[in-house]
Design a protein. Sequence first.
Length: 113
Amino acid sequence: MIRRIPSSAAGRSRVVVHDGLVFTVATARDKSQSLRAQTVSALAVLDANLAEAGTSKSKLLSATVYITDMARKPEMNEAWLAWVDQANPPQRACIGVALEGDDLSEIVAVAAL
C-alpha cells in the first residue's frame, strides 16, 4: 500500500510512504533568508514531514542536499551538523544546482518507518 500526504503544490505529495520507507522533499518556508537559515528552515520542515509519516531523523537512511552555490557549502554543513542525529548519521550527498524561485537549498530524504 502507498500512502501519500498531499502538498499544497498541485501534482505533488509532501511525503510518500511505501513498504516501510518514507520519501520526502523539504525546502525553506522563508525564501528571503540566507543559505544557512534556509537550510535550518528546510531541516525543520523535514522533521515535520518525517514526524507526520511516523518516523524521525534517527531513522534517516539517505539525504541529498541541493544548494545553489557550492562555495557556500560550509554554511549548509554548519546547519546540517547542528541538526543531524550524530548517533545515526545517514548517507548524504550535496549537489550544486540551479533551483527554482528564491530557493537556495532543497533536501530530498529517504527514511525507514
